[in-house]
Design a protein around this ligand. Structure first.
Ligand SMILES: *Cc1c(COP(=O)(O)O)cnc(C)c1O
Length: 408
């Protein structure tokens, strides 16, 4: 048997079934009308944000990275919980606007922003995290033509990266951000243009469970911000320190030590250099805030055996759960936390693989896991589905279309 990932805290058992915020999986599916279904727990998200705020210095604002989960009710819940939003496309700008979020709390990072996206963002009053000198020129020209003052920040490609992180976003040659040594000159040029100067965005990686590595990255980011601010010759109004906090997906993963990270940040804030004394800092996170708050429910449509192995074939699959299938940036496929939601308290009785309904061998949601015996009609839960599930999977593949989503 292969191990399954750890089931996040906060899920309960009612009448032998998995329950989310006091509601049984079968009742949630009945309410939604069908499977597959993403269920997001508002209580879980609120608790997570509260724990984070409790642990980090109050001076740090908290931003939500929309790409993790742009489901409108989640954005609207977040609106009351966080201080800002980070988007990465014109499509996400439309999503935050449709959700009624104030554009002056939104910043826009991401390489390859098209003219039409830059224009929409500048008109809305969104802060642009500029990814290159060329993009800065295009933004300033568009703002000139429109006769508006753009809000401009520079995304810095730092000289370091987040050690051991799942996704490296800094260090060396990168499509993201402006190389640190070219930042002061560009900052001076932006300020001289009359734009509203919004400072730096320093994002060095994500999905780290190593609190020492996160703290070290934050220390380096503060150090770099101070140096670049001094070299730019102007006080730094804002600095986005990125995120980096991961969640446990796989057997053996341990939650990140939030208290240790908070304590280190407090230490660093107590000894900030002069260039940063009035700077407003923020952290920006997606998966840490919403990842463990989501569960994906899918129903068994076939149970079969092949060469002595049991396959539970479900009505969902990698078209909603690309990451859980192991096809989204992983080298070695490992099992996410997966359980039989309709037999949540039953003991392990057999080894089975949960496979999706797509006609490809890549579509595996759990490989050779230990499960109670499940049959056609049972509900399967894939946990850690709140971030990069619906938003980062090829829903159109094979014509199945998106899953239903629900915030409870
Ligand atoms: C994706 C992204 C994030 C969020 O990463 P998580 O791992 O979801 O926390 C934050 N900032 C930027 C710039 C990103 O591209």
């Amino acid at each position: 048997m292969k191990p399954l990932g750890p089931i996040p805290s906060g899920y309960a058992l009612i009448d032998g079934e998995l329950a989310v915020d006091g509601r049984k999986a079968s009742a949630l599916v009945a309410e939604a009308g069908s499977t597959p279904l993403f269920v997001y727990s508002a209580q879980h998200i609120c608790r997570r944000v509260a724990e984070l705020r409790e642990a980090i210095p109050s001076r740090l604002a908290l931003h939500y990275a929309v790409k993790a989960n742009p489901f409108r009710p989640v954005l609207q819940l977040m609106d009351g919980l966080v201080d800002g939003f980070d988007i990465a496309s014109g499509g996400e700008l439309a999503q935050v606007q449709a959700a009624g979020l104030a554009a002056d709390r939104v910043s826009f990072a991401g390489p390859g922003k098209r003219e039409i996206e830059l224009e929409a963002a500048i008109l809305a009053g969104v802060t642009l995290n500029l990814e290159s000198a060329g993009e800065a020129d295009r933004a300033m020209a568009i703002a000139d033509r429109l006769g508006v003052t753009p809000r401009l920040a520079i995304r810095v490609n730092p000289d370091f990266d987040l050690k051991g992180s799942g996704m490296k976003m800094g260090g060396g040659a990168k499509p993201f951000g402006v190389d640190a040594d070219r930042v002061p000159e560009l900052a001076r040029r932006i300020i001289a243009s009359g734009a509203e100067w919004r400072g730096f965005h320093i994002f060095a990686g994500s999905q780290s469970l190593d609190s020492d590595a996160v703290s070290e990255t934050q220390r380096q980011a503060l150090h770099l911000a101070a140096r670049l601010a001094a070299e730019s010759g102007v006080a730094l109004p804002h600095c986005n320190l990125g995120g980096g906090l991961g969640i446990p997906y796989f057997a053996g993963d341990k939650p990140v030590d939030l208290r240790a990270i908070g304590a280190k940040l407090a230490e660093q804030f107590a000894q900030l250099p002069d260039a940063l004394t009035n700077t407003r800092f923020c952290l920006e996170m997606g998966r840490y805030l919403v990842g463990e708050a989501g569960v994906y429910l899918t129903r068994v449509v076939d149970r079969k055996e092949s060469h002595g192995e049991v396959f539970l074939v479900v009505d969902g699959g990698l078209h909603h759960q690309l990451a859980a299938s192991g096809n989204f940036g992983t080298v070695v496929r490992r099992n996410y936390p997966v359980a039989i939601a309709s037999r949540f308290d039953a003991p392990v009785e057999e080894e089975a693989s949960v496979v999706g309904c797509l006609c490809t061998p890549l579509d595996r949601l759990a490989e050779k896991g230990g499960f109670p015996r499940a049959d056609v009609g049972d509900l399967i839960a894939v946990f850690c589905a709140g971030a990069y599930g619906a938003s980062a999977s090829p829903a159109q593949f094979l014509g199945h279309g998106p899953a239903a989503e629900m915030l409870v």
